[in-house]
Design a binder for this molecule. Structure first.
Ligand SMILES: C[S@@+](CC[C@H](N)C(=O)[O-])C[C@H]1O[C@@H](n2cnc3c(N)ncnc32)[C@H](O)[C@@H]1O
Length: 192
C-alpha cells in the first residue's frame, strides 16, 4: 500500500516513488491513480471509490500470482484509506502474500503546516463520514474530544450528498474555537 501524499509529485516521498516505479500493477480509486504516471509495461486497475474490499482482493490475487502490486491511496494509506481493507482481507484469506505499508504525508499534516503548528500538542483525528459508522458514534466521539479539550482534525467534512455534518460537528464538539479548513491543503492538488 503506497501513500501518494495530499497532492502532486512534490508531496510524494522518495520511498513511495521507488515503490510505484517497481510495481507491475497499480491498483486504486480512479482519482488517485490519475495522479500516477505509469511507466511502460505497468498495468493500471482503477475502480470506483466504494469498492474497497473488491479492490483489496484484486490486489492480493495479483500479488498471490507472483506480481508486485502497489495499491495507491491519497495521503497516508493507513489514515482513512486502503491499508486497513487490504490487511483485513489478507489476514482473512490471503495468508502467503507479503503486505507492506509505505507511508505518505497525510492531508492533516499539509493543512496544519499551512496555518502554523496546530497539532503541536495533543490532538484527535475524526472522519465525519457516516457511511461506515452511525452519526451517533461520530457525535459521541466529537463530544468526548471537545470535553477533553483536544485539537480536532476532521476528515471528510462534507460531500455532494452530505452537507450538514460540519455544522452538526461544530455543535457537538463544544464552544467555537479558532479553526482552519484544509481545502486543497497542499496548494492546488485535488482533494480526496
Ligand atoms: C478517504 S480520506 C483520505 C485521507 C488520506 N489517506 C490522508 O492521509 O490524507 C479523503 C479525505 O481526506 C481529506 N483530504 C485529502 N486530500 C486533501 C487535501 N489535499 N487537502 C485537504 N483535505 C484533503 C478530505 O477530507 C477528503 O475528504
Amino acid at each position: 500500500m503506497v501513500g501518494l501524499g495530499p497532492a502532486g509529485p512534490r508531496w510524494l516521498t522518495p520511498e513511495a516513488r521507488a515503490e510505484l516505479a517497481e510495481a507491475d500493477h497499480l491498483v486504486g480509486y480512479e482519482t488517485y491513480l490519475a495522479r500516477v504516471t505509469p511507466r511502460p509495461g505497468q498495468q493500471l486497475h482503477s475502480s470506483d471509490n466504494r469498492v474497497e474490499a473488491q479492490r483489496a482482493r484484486l490486489a492480493l490475487d495479483l500479488a498471490a500470482g507472483g506480481a508486485r502490486v502497489a495499491v495507491v491511496s491519497s495521503g497516508d494509506p493507513g489514515i482513512f484509506a486502503m491499508a486497513a481493507a487490504v490487511l483485513e482481507v489478507a489476514e482473512a484469506d490471503r495468508d502467503g502474500v507479503e503486505v507492506r505499508v509505505v507511508p505518505g504525508l497525510s492531508a492533516m499534516q499539509a493543512a496544519a503546516a499551512r496555518v502554523g503548528a496546530p497539532l503541536g500538542h495533543d490532538f484527535c483525528v475524526l472522519s465525519l463520514s457516516d457511511q461506515l459508522k452511525p452519526w451517533e458514534v461520530i457525535e459521541r466521539r466529537l463530544e468526548a474530544a471537545g470535553a477533553a479539550d483536544l485539537v480536532l482534525a476532521l476528515y471528510n467534512p462534507a460531500s455532494r450528498t452530505r452537507k450538514e455534518q460540519l455544522e452538526r460537528a461544530r455543535g457537538a464538539a463544544g464552544p467555537p474555537r479558532p479553526r482552519h479548513a484544509g481545502r486543497r491543503g497542499s496548494g492546488g492538488g485535488r482533494r480526496g
